[in-house]
Ligand binder design. Structure first.
Ligand code: DX5
Ligand code: ZN
Length: 219
């Protein structure tokens, strides 16, 4: 079975104290930091640029940086994010670029490539790309905002992927909490992004431990 990983999403941190938010996530025993990059031509919001990825590297050099590009033209920014310290770069299948070319380029930059699927996109569309990626991110909300409700209709996509690729890292992003991560885990996911759920906890470390315990109990 693939290693279970929990990734706090920096989007839910207090922006007045971003470095503290990065250190809190690292100290929680989580596996990596999820950094959401939003372009308003792709989602109805804006968030961070490469400087915030560099801030994460400076603040917590050994805390893995998983960078989610919600961008229409991620191809224009791959070098910038790699240079800033992204260790995995996730690009959307709905983006406006040649995915085979860009996934290969991410790997050439020394970064792990991953592909992301929005809730309305059929999972079968991933088939041509599965050999080119280390990870698939199944969105469980419509991207653009934290704090939305988990879309359970996305769970069969995870089951479909896991049946075909036992070796793949399968991540969910959006609406994760102590109940929905168990549903996603049972469907076959092994990586779990959680933003508002983890950052609103007084004790993030206890919450991360509880998520791990709940999944262990569901085996
Ligand atoms: C949504 C982002 C998510 C977001 C998740 O557009 O991609 O990573 O931070 O937030 P929660 O966990 O609050 O749904
Ligand atoms: Zn995300």
């Amino acid at each position: 079975m693939k290693k279970i990983e929990i990734l706090p999403s920096l989007l839910a941190a207090d922006y007045g104290w971003l470095a503290d938010g990065i250190l809190r996530a690292e100290a929680s025993g989580a596996d990596a930091l999820h950094i959401d990059i939003m372009d308003p031509s792709f989602v109805p919001n804006l968030s961070f640029g490469p400087d915030i990825v560099a801030l994460a590297r400076r603040t917590a050099p050994n805390f893995y940086r998983n960078v989610h590009l919600m961008m229409r033209r991620p191809d224009l920014y791959l070098e910038a994010f790699a240079q800033a310290g992204a260790q995995t770069i996730q690009i959307h299948i709905e983006a406006d670029c040649d995915l085979h070319t860009e996934l290969a380029r991410i790997r050439t930059l020394g970064v792990k490539p991953a592909i992301v699927l929005n809730p309305e996109t059929p999972v079968e569309r991933l088939t041509p790309y599965l050999d080119a990626v280390d990870e698939v991110l199944v969105m469980t909300v419509h991207p653009g905002y934290g704090g939305q409700k988990f879309i359970a209709d996305c769970l069969p996509k995870i089951t479909w992927l896991r049946a075909r690729r036992p070796d793949l890292d399968i991540m969910i992003d959006g609406g994760a909490n102590a109940e929905t991560v168990v549903d996603a885990f049972k469907a076959g996911a092994n990586q779990f992004v959680a933003g508002s759920y983890l950052y609103r906890q007084a004790d993030m470390k206890a919450a991360v431990a509880e998520l791990r315990e709940r999944m262990a109990a569901a085996v």
